[in-house]
Design a protein around this ligand. Structure first.
Ligand code: 9MG
Length: 291
């Protein structure tokens, strides 16, 4: 069976008649910009900057004004070596920001979480999408995503944030990441998640060395056979620091170059800190037409 057929497996039909309206936007063929809103004390680039709800909402409004198509709100830092917050901490960080921001901006909100209870509370507060770095592998998560009936991004990670950068190994990183994502897509379909609601992400920096990240970036088009939109997060990541010798605050040019490469290899959603600058990249690409 091919990976594309795995995505087509029969599913229970417990959901309503039509997919979430956001799925039409995600599959519309125009590359989208997803602004990052970390409401954590310890994320690698902006940890602690938006850890009060007011500051977070203000930053979310800025991302929307800069032209974000989507805003991804997360209350867990997944930087290498980090430990997850408790469920109560994560709920307290994320839910008030989703509830307040949804009243301020017309941009759809995504919740970056692996916990079913956070997914449920965030969607009840107004989030329209789930972004899960653990690809719905936490017990109960895949069933919750099917029940909530919203788009969901499944990301690849080798091991956990605490241990992922301790000697990651692959025989063939592209084939292994793709096979993992195909398995997770099939698991989601079996649980009743609609095909139109699924996205995948190779998880740059999540259990990958510099050569692994570079190989994945140059082979992103290999994920196209999965038949669902691809999202990537490369913005300001250490792979760009390793390639350029730049500190986190100096990685905008590298981030924009990575965004350009990703879109040219078929990526549909760019998860970024610098929305306005990324929009400029897409405007130039758009003027030139399809690659
Ligand atoms: C939450 N988060 C941090 N990095 C990420 C990435 O590369 N992709 C996705 N989907 N989420 C991420």
């Amino acid at each position: 069976m091919t990976q594309a057929t795995l995505v087509e497996a029969p599913v229970p039909s417990s959901n309503g008649p039509s997919p979430h309206p956001l799925s039409t936007v995600l599959r519309g063929g125009r590359p989208l910009v997803c602004g990052i809103l970390n409401v954590t004390p310890d994320s690698f680039s902006d940890g602690g900057l938006f850890d009060s709800p007011d500051r977070a909402v203000e930053h979310g409004c800025r991302l929307a004004a800069e032209g974000a198509d989507l805003i991804d709100i997360g209350g867990e830092s997944t930087r290498p070596g980090s430990r997850p917050p408790t469920s109560e901490e994560e709920l307290a960080r994320v839910v008030p920001v989703v509830a307040a921001l949804v009243r301020e901006v017309g941009v759809p909100l995504s919740v970056d979480t692996s916990r079913p209870e956070v997914m449920r509370a965030a969607v009840a507060a107004g989030a329209s999408m789930i972004n899960d770095v653990r690809a719905l592998q936490v017990p109960g998560a895949v069933e919750e995503a099917a029940r909530l009936d919203v788009p969901v991004c499944l990301m690849h990670m080798q091991r956990s944030p605490e241990t992922m950068q301790a000697d990651p190994r692959y025989d063939d990183v592209v084939l292994e990441v793709r096979a993992f994502l195909a398995d997770r897509l099939a698991a989601c379909r079996r649980a009743g998640v609609r095909r139109e609601h699924l996205l995948v992400d190779p998880g740059f920096g999540f259990g990958k060395t510099l050569p692994h990240n570079v190989e994945l970036l140059s082979s992103l088009d290999a994920l196209g056979v999965l038949g669902v939109p691809v999202m990537v997060g490369l913005s300001r990541k250490s792979v760009l620091g390793q390639l350029t010798g730049r500190t986190v605050g100096e990685r905008l040019p590298g981030s924009l170059a990575a965004a350009l490469v990703a879109v040219q290899r078929g990526v549909s959603v760019l998860r970024v800190h610098d929305v306005a600058a990324t929009r400029d990249v897409l405007a130039v690409l758009d003027a030139v037409g399809p690659v």
